[in-house]
Design a protein around this ligand. Structure first.
Ligand code: ADP
Ligand code: ADP
Length: 234
């Protein structure tokens, strides 16, 4: 029933002389089909939390289960496979591959999955249309604005129809109209395909559309609000 389960998860960054405690013991679950947001001031641990859920980073202690895989006990190969098959992610640094065009970047995850070329191509083009980049398939990342690159990253994350999408401030560089249309797209995928979405954001327009709102403060979970039950102003 849970797609993500965190049990007493801590994360410390070792800076030689000092340690930074980025997460201080998080107990948290996400159900399949959630459309949830993690809020909190800069430095509160949002990126760290999403990195650990995505398997891009490891907890210092505690247990992490993601899509039925105990990622805290998995090796790097198992984490890569889990990401490739089940998870889409959109992070602040878009991580587009500079030598590939927009459409090739979107195809890339499907290529790694071994999908046939015609299917990859068709789907990558559809996803670029969906994020409003229909005419820009053949541009390289450096030929696109920050917001356009972010949209390519979003298209790449959702193209392979993952069961879980993690997005760290996905609309940070977008104008409000583009941000709203991307949220529409993600809501549709959530509703129609049951894809679970977890966002981190400061953007009130994303917060307003989330069905569950979590707040981190200094690496601790402050509160959980479910739409309609609690004041949304954390
Ligand atoms: P947020 O996403 O909410 O801004 P982060 O998860 O990026 O928060 O950071 C949480 C804390 O961990 C901050 O104090 C930050 O400085 C620290 N931190 C994050 N990444 C690293 C890192 N790679 N090395 C050292 N400290 C880090
Ligand atoms: P790595 O082993 O460094 O993850 P990959 O070859 O698997 O490298 O992926 C290369 C790039 O493709 C990554 O930097 C990442 O940005 C992107 N990528 C891979 N898998 C996904 C995914 N599931 N969702 C979004 N982007 C992905």
């Amino acid at each position: 029933k849970y797609i993500v389960e965190l049990e007493q998860v801590t994360k410390e960054y070792d800076l030689g002389a000092t340690k930074v405690r980025a997460l201080g013991g998080i107990d948290l679950t996400f159900e399949k089909g959630e459309f949830s947001v993690v809020m909190g001031p800069s430095g509160s641990g949002k990126s760290t939390l999403l990195n650990i859920v995505s398997g891009l980073d490891r907890a210092t202690s505690g247990k992490v289960r993601v899509v039925d895989v105990d990622t805290s006990a998995s090796d790097d190969g198992a984490l890569s496979r889990l990401r490739l098959e089940k998870i889409g992610f959109v992070f602040q640094a878009y991580n587009l591959i500079p030598v590939l065009t927009a459409v090739e970047n979107v195809e890339y995850v499907m290529l790694l999955q071994g999908r046939p070329p015609a299917e990859r191509w068709k789907r990558a083009k559809e996803m670029l249309e969906a994020v409003g980049l229909g005419g820009l398939h053949d541009r390289f990342p450096r030929e696109l604005s920050g917001g356009q690159q972010q949209r390519v990253a979003i298209a790449r994350a959702i193209a392979a129809e993952p069961v879980l999408v993690l997005a760290d401030e996905p609309t940070a560089n977008l104008d409000s109209k583009t941000a709203a249309s991307l949220m529409d797209l993600m809501e549709t995928l959530n509703r129609e395909k049951g894809i679970t979405f977890i966002f981190s954001t400061h953007d009130p327009s994303i917060v307003a559309r989330a069905r569950r709102k979590l707040t981190l403060h200094d690496g601790l979970l402050l509160e959980t609000e479910v739409a309609g039950k609690v004041d949304t102003d954390a």
